[in-house]
Design a protein around this ligand. Structure first.
Ligand code: SF4
Ligand code: SF4
Length: 144
């Protein structure tokens, strides 16, 4: 029987490196401190980090861009032997670090392989955090 995922299970959670939480519509917000940390982690100047990996919002804040692929993968997401990882893992933004326990959307158990395993739910039903994008990809695949 599936069980509810909550704080009591935090220690049991294991990231399956499916990468699904790093894909979808919407962008990861980064503060000035997080930008400094990530640029230092990559060994590049802040100006280069902003130019290569970020975009500025109308309000002047910064967010991490996507790779521009169909799944809208974060620019820092990489794949190695079927497992996905973050190129700035050692300095990733709080927003990323907090998922799935400090925060998570209500539908996170549809795409997070780790949460699904914990709840005995089997493989993820989706590939991204955006339900609308997953629907579009499924529709496109059916039409191909
Ligand atoms: S910065 Fe790293 S952890 Fe955050 S969305 Fe991008 S790849 Fe995922
Ligand atoms: S969706 Fe869950 S299991 Fe997949 S990479 Fe993110 S935290 Fe790990």
């Amino acid at each position: 029987m599936a069980r509810e995922i909550g704080w009591p299970y935090k220690r049991e959670f294991e990231c399956h490196r499916c990468g699904n939480c790093c894909r979808g519509e919407g962008f990861v917000a980064v503060t000035e401190g997080e930008i400094d940390n990530a640029a230092r982690f990559l060994g590049i100047p802040v100006s280069e980090f902003l130019r290569e990996y970020c975009q500025q919002t109308k309000s002047g804040s910064w967010e991490v861009i996507s790779q521009g692929d169909a799944l809208m993968s974060c620019i820092f997401l990489f794949e190695e032997k079927g497992l996905f990882g973050c190129r700035i893992h050692g300095a990733k933004p709080d927003q990323c670090r907090g998922f799935p326990f400090d925060w998570r959307p209500r539908d996170a158990e549809e795409y997070c392989a780790g949460l699904r395993a914990l709840a005995g739910l089997g493989k993820p039903k989706r590939q991204t955090m955006s339900r609308s994008l997953d629907r579009k990809i499924a529709k496109d695949n059916r039409e191909e």
